[in-house]
Design a protein around this ligand. Structure first.
Ligand SMILES: Nc1ncnc2c1ncn2[C@@H]1O[C@H](COP(=O)(O)OP(=O)(O)OP(=O)(O)O)[C@@H](O)[C@H]1O
Ligand SMILES: [Mg+2]
Length: 404
């Protein structure tokens, strides 16, 4: 399908040539991606085998079979060969069912936060581009939803890769005010966050999508500060938190995917957050810029704190991503980070994996694809590392809730 593009006349200037290359490339990439993921196709989540469903709910497969024979709980789809499969929504129903018949173990089946356990808001940040913030955010959000939590993912990046992973195409599917900007803008077009949140195909995971309009917040905030327009509403770093507080009762965890800048949006996310995850690609260049990031962050946060921002967090963790354990230089850097920050670096790391990168190309995660789609050993290794990282983060959340 790709056409030969070496057809430009010899005397053409280099800017014209490069601009031509850029346009050609962008066009072909768009073609490629629309073939992989046509704009009209609604994303749909796979169904889960009864074995997978049983494992997620925390009962045996035999118990699930008996439930379905007895006609209790949601009715699975039964194939001609007698295999039962459940949608994720049905798995959530099974959790409700189990919690209602075994009230003593309700928390094990339905882990929603209880009275006194505050909403956990986790901001995933680093101003280093490509440090796997979006990948970390989506895998965490989906993992928590699979475990039965009510999750809200917030795409704070104008590039909106999280939104497109979650089936919302930022350039086609959104109108004005359909991003978090709609709920934090300074003028009277501000809308309730409830009206902006959308359900996704991933049951239990809702989304506040992002797109380029988020940049407006970066442009308008300096003016709002000068004009003290914020006197009519909250100052910039409190606005995201105030918006999230409106929908607090509907969720257990909010995951915010931050843009790769330390702008007003990111500062707002850090103030709204109860915990922070800082993604680290363990390479010399990236870690060198990370120390700059930490310094700048600390300085800016100190200013925000003195102006009244809430900068207490339940936990701050560094997440090592795209980790290649057999790479010597990487091992040194990981060792260095662990010796400096000890427990604040998650013990588990996200391995660099072609399965993760490839799944990303088709806007899917490994939690979404059928097991057979990727070579089994590659798939298992990657999933194992992701589950371990997400499990550690969930432990942190539970500790913040005061659970054992
Ligand atoms: N564990 C991994 N193994 C292999 N590839 C990965 C892994 N994690 C992320 N990637 C790939 O690295 C690239 C950057 O990841 P991602 O988009 O998550 O980073 P980001 O920090 O959100 O980037 P940005 O700063 O542009 O928002 C993507 O192509 C992604 O598929
Ligand atoms: Mg990103």
């Amino acid at each position: 399908m790709l056409q030969n593009q070496n057809v430009l006349p010899a005397g053409i200037t280099s800017d014209a040539r490069i601009s031509y290359h850029a346009k050609q490339l962008s066009m072909q990439l768009q073609l490629l991606s629309s073939r992989l993921f046509p704009p009209s196709s609604q994303k749909e989540l796979k169904t889960f085998t009864s074995g997978e469903a049983a494992q997620l709910v925390g009962v045996s497969d035999g118990y699930l079979r008996q439930l379905s024979i007895d006609g209790k709980g949601p009715a699975p789809v039964v194939s001609q060969t007698g295999r039962r499969s459940y949608t994720l929504a049905q798995i959530h129903e099974l959790r409700q069912h189990m919690a209602s018949i075994k009230p003593k173990d309700a928390l094990a089946y339905l882990p929603w936060r209880r009275r006194g356990e505050k909403l956990q808001t986790i901001a995933v940040a680093n101003f280093k581009g490509g440090s796997a913030k979006t990948t970390t955010s989506i895998y965490l959000a989906q993992y928590l939803a699979l475990q039965g939590y009510r999750v809200l993912a917030v795409d704070l990046d104008p590039q909106a890769s999280l939104s497109s992973m979650l089936g919302v195409q930022p350039e086609f599917d959104l109108s004005e005010g359909d991003t978090l900007y709609g709920a934090i803008r300074y003028d009277d077009k501000r809308r309730p966050l409830k009206d902006i949140i959308r359900k996704t195909y991933f049951a239990g995971l809702d989304l506040v999508p992002g797109n380029l309009e988020l940049m407006e917040f970066e442009h308008e905030t300096p003016m709002a500060l000068i004009e003290r327009r914020s006197a009519q509403g909250e100052v910039f770093f409190k606005r995201a938190g105030v918006a999230l507080a409106e929908v607090e009762a509907d969720y257990d965890v909010v995951v915010i995917d931050c843009p790769p800048q330390l702008g007003y949006l990111t500062l707002g996310a850090v103030c709204a957050a109860t915990s922070l995850l800082i993604t680290v690609h363990p390479q010399m260049v990236d870690v060198a810029s990370m120390s700059q990031f930490l310094l700048m962050t600390a300085d800016l946060l100190a200013v925000v704190r003195k102006a009244g921002g809430d900068l207490t967090h339940d936990f701050i963790r560094y997440v090592i991503t795209r980790h290649e354990p057999h790479d010597g230089p990487q091992a040194q850097i990981v060792g260095l980070l662990r010796s400096l920050f000890s427990d604040e670096v998650l013990a588990a790391t996200v391995l660099k994996s072609t399965a993760i990168a490839d799944a990303g190309l088709t806007k899917q995660t490994l939690y979404e694809i059928e097991r057979g789609q990727v070579r089994r050993s590659t798939f298992d290794r990657a999933i194992e590392s992701l589950d371990a990282v997400n499990g550690e983060i969930l432990d942190g959340i539970k500790r913040a809730w005061g659970r054992a």
